[in-house]
Design a protein around this ligand. Structure first.
Ligand code: HEC
Ligand code: HEC
Ligand code: HEC
Ligand code: HEC
Length: 312
């Protein structure tokens, strides 16, 4: 007995020390460095982003019909670019150092989708020193580079669910940083919510910035990720909502997404109990599967089926 007590005490002590040692790491929040810091290496992608509404809306959104009315509904006369309730979705910030004040500089940009870059930018593209080319990178260096970048918050193109979570935060009016009361007032002041938003259809056209055409299986996987992110964000928002209009909009998102996910056997647990954990479990279960036969026809416009594509 005394032995096990000693071990137990030692164990608790170790946890306590580990917690202390880790505190400084937790405090340093990653921050946005702005799309200009990506431009040097991803020039073509930067140029194609400049043609999207995400870029152009920086100059137009605040002048659109109802912009003033919506801002005033949440109780502020501040312009959209100075209003935190608008900035979080309509703009991206940038800063040079951790303790600089973030400045509103662009519409939604690279880091809104791929993650705040301060902890991964210098890591993700370093093949092992300035002179080392991609082909020369050591295998163990590659594994470490990919793992460290992901741990630093980089959302790679293959991380469909994480990308979809980010789209859904803005395009579903269901992000946790803003309370449901404010969302309710925005909707009553005629803030739009586009129920036809769907990640494949909204990413494969003008917004796309990749050369390789995605396969049918990849598009089907992206489509499912989009529905999963929609279901999870909407059911959380609906369960918290007291504002009638807001609740109604979120319940519609829940039932739209659930109706689609129903065709995938692996989604049963997620539909029954929508949560981030269940969504990730489902994505893991379908990872290697080609579900284009099952969901291809459900994808609007840009889906894997050529016939579907022609409709738009
Ligand atoms: C110094 C050059 C450089 C800079 C600066 C840079 N990148 Fe990269 N990026 C690369 C290279 C090279 C790769 C390919 C890495 C590989 O081979 O795995 C890459 C890969 C990526 C990927 C993953 C692509 C995939 O296939 O999944 C994303 C996303 C990305 N970069 C976004 C950004 C963003 C956003 C910024 C700005 C915050 C940025 N990069 C800044 C060079 C750079
Ligand atoms: C949760 C994210 C989110 C927040 C917060 C948000 N918006 Fe929006 N807003 C959007 C999206 C996304 C659209 C595009 C419509 C769509 O896809 O549903 C949009 C569209 C608009 C439009 C119409 C733009 C056009 O091109 O016609 C106006 C005006 C607008 N928002 C004003 C505001 C104001 C003012 C605030 C702050 C009080 C605000 N929004 C807060 C996400 C948001
Ligand atoms: C609105 C969200 C969004 C924005 C903004 C955005 N990306 Fe992407 N990015 C994506 C998606 C979605 C994919 C592809 C996912 C897939 O493979 O289907 C992608 C793919 C990529 C890739 C992989 C390209 C390839 O050939 O496979 C790189 C690199 C990248 N993005 C960098 C950037 C950079 C740099 C910016 C800013 C100039 C940017 N992205 C802006 C969503 C975004
Ligand atoms: C930080 C918030 C944010 C994120 C993340 C985001 N968007 Fe957007 N997006 C917006 C806003 C706001 C608008 C509307 C701008 C306006 O109309 O003024 C918009 C508009 C668009 C448009 C143009 C729609 C139209 O009717 O012209 C497309 C396409 C789009 N987004 C696709 C995507 C996709 C796909 C993703 C995820 C891969 C994504 N967005 C992620 C905020 C965001």
């Amino acid at each position: 007995m005394p032995v096990s007590i000693t071990r137990h005490t030692l164990f608790l002590f170790t946890i306590l020390v580990a917690t202390f040692v880790h505190i400084p790491i937790v405090i340093a929040e990653p921050y946005y460095q702005g799309p200009e810091s990506c431009e040097e290496c991803h020039e073509d992608i930067y140029k194609s982003w400049e043609k999207t509404k995400h870029f152009t809306s920086y100059r137009t959104a605040h002048k659109e019909k109802n912009a003033k009315k919506i801002a005033e509904a949440v109780g502020t006369k501040k312009g959209m670019k100075r209003n935190k309730d608008c900035i979080i979705c309509h703009y991206s910030t940038k800063q040079k150092k951790a303790d600089d004040k973030p400045k509103v500089k662009n519409g939604p940009s690279c880091e809104n989708c791929h993650g705040a870059s301060s902890d991964w930018e210098s890591v993700h593209s370093d093949y092992g020193g300035k002179k080392v080319k991609k082909e020369q990178e050591a295998q163990d260096h590659k594994v470490k580079r990919i793992n460290d970048s992901t741990a630093g918050g980089l959302i790679w193109a293959s991380m469909h669910y994480d990308l979809a979570v980010n789209c859904a935060k803005c395009h579903g009016l269901a992000r946790q940083e803003i309370n449901e009361e404010a969302f309710g007032k925005m909707l009553e002041a005629e803030h739009p919510i586009n129920h036809s938003f769907e990640i494949v259809m909204f990413s494969q056209g003008k917004m796309s910035h990749w050369e390789d055409k995605r396969s049918k299986a990849q598009l089907a996987n992206l489509f499912i990720a989009g529905q999963a992110a929609k279901l999870v964000s909407a059911s959380r928002a609906a369960s918290e909502a007291k504002n009638e209009k807001y609740k109604e909009e979120q319940l519609k998102r829940v039932s739209d997404a659930a109706a689609i996910l129903k065709v995938i056997p692996e989604a049963a647990a997620l539909i029954k109990s929508p949560s981030d954990t269940n969504a990730r479990e489902m994505m893991k279960a379908i990872k290697e599967k080609d579900l284009s036969g099952l969901v291809g026809k459900l994808i609007p416009c840009a889906g894997p089926d050529e016939e579907n594509l022609k409709q738009c």
